[in-house]
Design a protein around this ligand. Structure first.
Ligand SMILES: *[C@@H]1O[C@H](CO)[C@@H](O)[C@H](O)[C@H]1NC(C)=O
Ligand SMILES: *[C@@H]1O[C@H](CO)[C@@H](O)[C@H](O)[C@H]1NC(C)=O
Ligand SMILES: *[C@@H]1O[C@H](CO)[C@@H](O)[C@H](O)[C@H]1NC(C)=O
Ligand SMILES: *[C@@H]1O[C@H](CO)[C@@H](O)[C@H](O)[C@H]1NC(C)=O
Ligand SMILES: *[C@@H]1O[C@H](CO)[C@@H](O)[C@H](O)[C@H]1NC(C)=O
Ligand SMILES: *[C@@H]1O[C@H](CO)[C@@H](O)[C@H](O)[C@H]1NC(C)=O
Ligand SMILES: *[C@@H]1O[C@H](CO)[C@@H](O)[C@H](O)[C@H]1NC(C)=O
Ligand SMILES: *[C@@H]1O[C@H](CO)[C@@H](O)[C@H](O)[C@H]1NC(C)=O
Ligand SMILES: *[C@@H]1O[C@H](CO)[C@@H](O)[C@H](O)[C@H]1NC(C)=O
Ligand SMILES: *[C@@H]1O[C@H](CO)[C@@H](O)[C@H](O)[C@H]1NC(C)=O
Length: 630
């Protein structure tokens, strides 16, 4: 908790980070031309369309809430653009900032189809693909400002708390504005001022994801410990300083009066043109009314949330949230129909705690249903409460828990359905493992690390997974990993307050020695399992052996032996041999750091993210160092 925050990701191969050294630069310019997204030529239609689009982008003066979205052109020459102003910037300043950017950007990026640029007050993006509603976290622009804080730990904690509270306010904003600004008191009574913003076209969840990831970036960067800093991404940004830099009179939400503007529609959006006059009149009447209702709704929710935050988590689940328990509760009949009465043909497999079935709800949504097989040892109400808490854990690298069903002796957990089966299915099958090239494997390692970091540090609950393994990593259609079966320890009474347990959940081969032998568990036992997974992903081999090195076949022992002999490259799966060697070797190194037997020598997930992320970090030397647990 003392750390600023876990560090995210930024895998050099997948993301771009641009670190801009500025010292209190008043108008912070940044720009980035995407050389990898295609070029246009000077006399092309694309170029002409781009000019038309940009010159018209801010021309609709009826839209003055600081977000412009439009497109122009046909087929492969269609250009899309988005303009965003900082939430507190007045309409005229907003247009003027965007005007400057519109002039600047095609000059600095003379032939790139996709580019992004901005100043303090605004950001402009364009591309030949639709940008609206898409979460985009790369490239990142980072900058630190000013001197080091005097008491960095407490300063970072205070900043983080402030950003977290602003994040939830911004994310719950409307589709017109997702922005929040505020201040907090840090160590030595210094005031910290911060603002956070997402593009308002993002969903609440995507805005949250973007900001969580962005805050995490700080820890890995050189702006950590500074009194001021900012990170700007295409979909979200934040900034904090030791003096006030935003206009405090502008509230999070657009003003209620005069009534909220009509939805953005410029003459350049070809699709919009077909609207009849009647529908325009209709919109002119209905939209302001709906907008007012929506705004009051958000104010109401905001007040409720604010009131609720005074209570602790436990009481929160009691009265206030009965409604949401209800909405998470599925009817047994519904699930029975959805899974064709739990037919064998719908059975996906057997995981820990019970069989899993595929189902389809009447609305067409696909689900996975886990039918819990044993007595959980807790009452119905406690079970409901725990489901409610676990369902709140939402991250793109976690399988989402949609709800539960509780009827007679049946306890069912209903999850989102993830299409591509589990990692072990692809990784350990010689016929299929070739589908996993190194780029994919590296993305999978990064995704698992992020999901685990969220469980350990970013979520309110601090969940230790305790059964992390290849078969618990599901892959979605884009091969993004999603961790499943987390939070199971909460849904069963497992003596968890002690930090040790007599009933061990877990799988040999992945279990840390102190957990397998003595039932001591901690976040570091998950780190051990993560290390095993990394070594499996690199080698394409399953760690089947008994985990303490008695077996020569054991992957971990094999890895240690090769480390000692300086031949770790013999671990690498022939299917990926030759690809990004330095990345592969670094992953082996990180894997070995995680499977060190000495618990305190294992890194935390936050430092693992840092290691994956930054090539300049020198890694410690792993040591097997057998220690005796008494
Ligand atoms: C954008 O342009 C690139 C390069 O010309 C092309 O590969 C890509 O398919 C285009 N995207 C769309 C959505 O047309
Ligand atoms: C686009 O042009 C830039 C230079 O202006 C070049 O570096 C880049 O490789 C080109 N990209 C493609 C896809 O041709
Ligand atoms: C653009 O101009 C070049 C010569 O400068 C010509 O070869 C090319 O065909 C032109 N392209 C278009 C789309 O007009
Ligand atoms: C908007 O674009 C149209 C082309 O469709 C152009 O004729 C018009 O002049 C533009 N309007 C402005 C204000 O630039
Ligand atoms: C934003 O622009 C895209 C592309 O033109 C369009 O499909 C979408 O409807 C627009 N959204 C709004 C809210 O105007
Ligand atoms: C922005 O540019 C447009 C046309 O390029 C112009 O009509 C408008 O007045 C400019 N707005 C500001 C605030 O400079
Ligand atoms: C969140 O972002 C992803 C990636 O851009 C997009 O596919 C998805 O539709 C977004 N979700 C929502 C609810 O808007
Ligand atoms: C600020 O802190 C960083 C480490 O957090 C350190 O490397 C740097 O030297 C410090 N700068 C000053 C001016 O103290
Ligand atoms: C800090 O924010 C509060 C509102 O949350 C405001 O009343 C106060 O004036 C702000 N302090 C400063 C120094 O701006
Ligand atoms: C948009 O089109 C309408 C007619 O359809 C026209 O009256 C108006 O001036 C146009 N606005 C802009 C900004 O071009």
């Amino acid at each position: 908790m003392a750390m600023f925050s876990p560090v995210l990701l930024l895998f050099p191969s997948l993301f771009l980070i641009l670190i801009i050294q500025t010292t209190a630069q008043p108008n912070f310019p940044y720009q980035f031309c995407r050389n990898d997204k295609g070029n246009y030529t000077a006399n092309s239609t694309y170029k002409a369309n781009l000019n038309t689009l940009l010159s018209n982008l801010t021309s609709n003066t009826e839209i003055d809430y600081g977000f412009y979205n439009s497109s122009y052109g046909q087929n492969s020459d269609e250009v899309y653009a988005i303009g965003l102003c900082r939430g507190d910037v007045k309409p005229d300043d907003c247009r003027s900032c965007l005007n400057d950017t519109i002039v600047l950007l095609p000059e600095v990026c003379p032939n790139q189809k996709e580019a992004i640029a901005g100043y303090d007050n605004c950001m402009l993006r364009y591309s030949n693909r639709s940008l609206y509603g898409i979460l985009e976290t790369s490239p990142s622009f980072l900058a630190g400002n000013g001197a080091n804080a005097t008491d960095p730990d407490r300063f970072n904690q205070a900043t983080r708390d402030l950003l977290d509270s602003l994040r939830s306010r911004a994310a719950s904003g409307s589709s017109l504005r997702k922005y929040a600004a505020g201040n907090a008191t840090g160590p030595n009574f210094q005031t910290i001022f911060a603002l956070v913003q997402c593009t308002p076209d993002l969903s609440q969840q995507n805005c949250t994801d973007c900001l969580v990831g962005t805050f995490s970036d700080i820890a890995g960067s050189n702006i950590l410990d500074k009194r001021g800093g900012r990170i700007i991404k295409p979909s979200c940004n934040f900034r904090y300083e030791n003096s006030r830099f935003y206009d405090p009179t502008v509230d999070t939400q657009p003003p209620v009066s005069p009534p909220a503007p009509p939805p953005p529609s410029t003459n350049t959006t070809t699709k919009e043109e077909k609207k009849s006059n009647t529908s325009r009149t209709f919109i002119a009447i209905v939209v302001p009314i709906v907008a007012c209702i929506v705004i009051f709704f958000f104010i109401f929710i905001y007040l409720r949330v604010k009131r609720k935050s005074w209570k602790n988590i436990k009481s929160e689940v009691d009265q206030d949230e009965i409604g949401s328990t209800e909405s998470l509760q599925f009817d047994f009949g519904t699930i029975s129909v959805a899974t064709d009465n739990f037919s064998d043909s719908n059975k996906l497999g057997r995981g820990g705690f019970g069989a899993v079935y595929k189902g389809r709800l009447s609305n067409g949504q696909e689900i996975a249903v886990k039918r819990l097989s044993r007595e959980s040892g807790q009452g119905d109400q406690e079970f409901k409460n725990e489901v409610l808490l676990v369902a709140k854990l939402q991250h793109r690298n976690l399988v989402r828990l949609l709800g539960f069903c509780l009827e007679r002796s049946e306890r069912l957990l209903i999850y989102e359905f993830v299409p591509n089966k589990s990692l072990d299915y692809l990784l350990f099958d010689p016929g299929k493992s070739a589908q996993l090239d190194w780029k994919r494997r590296y993305k999978i390692i990064g995704g698992i690390a992020r999901g685990l970091l969220y469980l350990h540090e970013d979520s309110r609950l601090r969940i230790i997974h305790r059964d992390l393994k290849a078969s618990n990593i599901l892959l979605d259609a884009d091969m993004n990993p999603k961790i499943s079966d987390f939070g199971m320890a909460r849904l069963f009474v497992l003596d968890q307050t002690q930090g040790n347990t007599s009933r061990i959940v877990g799988t040999y081969g992945y279990m840390a020695p102190e957990y397998a032998m003595h039932g001591y568990f901690s976040v570091k036992s998950d780190v051990y399992s993560f290390g095993v997974l990394v070594l499996e992903i690199v080698s394409g081999k399953k760690n089947t052996g008994f985990p303490f090195g008695q077996s020569v076949e054991d992957l971990i022992s094999f890895a240690w032996k090769n480390w000692k002999d300086g031949t770790v490259s013999s671990l690498i799966d022939p299917a990926i041999n030759g690809e990004s060697r330095s990345e592969v070797m670094r992953c082996i190194h990180i894997g070995l750091l995680c499977v060190q037997e000495n618990v305190t020598d294992r890194p935390t997930m936050a430092s693992i993210m840092l290691m994956l992320n930054s090539y300049s970090t020198t890694l410690p030397v792993p040591s097997r160092a057998c220690i005796v647990y008494a």
